[in-house]
Design a protein. Structure first.
Length: 168
């Protein structure tokens, strides 16, 4: 192998390595900018006096219905408008929930819309994150959501919420 061929390969490797480093820094800079972070609305809650923990059977049913995994297919977009929300204690397996409405303000359908709810205890420690989602929310249509929270009502002091969607 000639010396000039060897130095040409090294130059290309250095160039590719440098380009990779610049790209990595650029992507990290975008990730740290916070532009893709959802904006959460926080609320303190008052648990009703008659709110009881779920029975074991209700807890099993709630765990089967609750969604805790977020989707990577959604992002904060202006078209998804969280128009109202509140903590609601339902009887039966639903128990502690956050319910509300989201409207699609875009001129096009949003393929996937997701509401994320994080719940906190009185020490402001996060207890869990719960999700509700809907597919194909048409333009100017409203979606009523219910996020089932699996924590005992007596443990919950506050929640925050954000609505996301597929970029249009």
């Amino acid at each position: 192998m000639s010396n000039s061929n060897h130095s040409g390969r090294q130059s290309r490797r250095r160039l590719l390595g440098a380009a990779g480093a610049v790209l990595t820094l650029g992507v990290a800079g975008c990730a740290d900018s916070g532009t893709n972070s959802p904006s959460y609305d926080r609320r303190s809650i008052d648990i009703p006096d008659d709110a009881e923990s779920r029975t074991p059977q209700e807890a099993t049913a709630a765990a089967q219905q609750a969604i805790a995994e977020t989707s990577n297919a959604v992002a904060p977009i202006d078209a998804v408008d969280l128009t109202g929300h509140e903590f609601v204690f339902e009887s039966g397996y639903l128990g502690a929930t956050v319910q509300g409405t989201v409207v699609n303000r875009a001129t096009d359908r949003i393929t996937l819309t997701e509401v994320r709810v994080r719940v906190y205890n009185s020490d402001d420690q996060i207890l869990g994150q719960y999700v509700d989602r809907v597919a194909d929310l048409d333009s100017n249509k409203t979606w009523s959501f219910t996020a089932i929270l699996l924590e005992s009502p007596s443990d919950i002091a506050a929640y925050d919420i954000a609505a996301l969607g597929t970029p249009v």
